[in-house]
Design a protein around this ligand. Structure first.
Ligand SMILES: [Zn+2]
Length: 63
């Protein structure tokens, strides 16, 4: 019995008994997007916290 599954996203044929429903490249794209979202979120927080730190330091330096 052949179990020819195809990628849910691009319909590319998947290897027999492939354990994912999406092909390798589609999964990689998803992983890349997830990384970008995480980096973007961390980056935004980093900018905000560094701005806050700059403002705090600026206030403290004025003796
Ligand atoms: Zn695919």
């Amino acid at each position: 019995m052949t179990n020819n599954a195809s990628c849910k996203k691009c319909n590319r044929n998947l290897p027999t008994n492939y354990k994912y429903k999406k092909c390798e490249s589609c999964r990689n794209i998803k992983i890349e997007n997830t990384k970008k979202v995480v980096v973007g979120t961390v980056g935004a927080f980093g900018v905000i916290s560094s701005l806050a730190a700059t403002i705090n330091l600026g206030g403290k330096n004025k003796k």
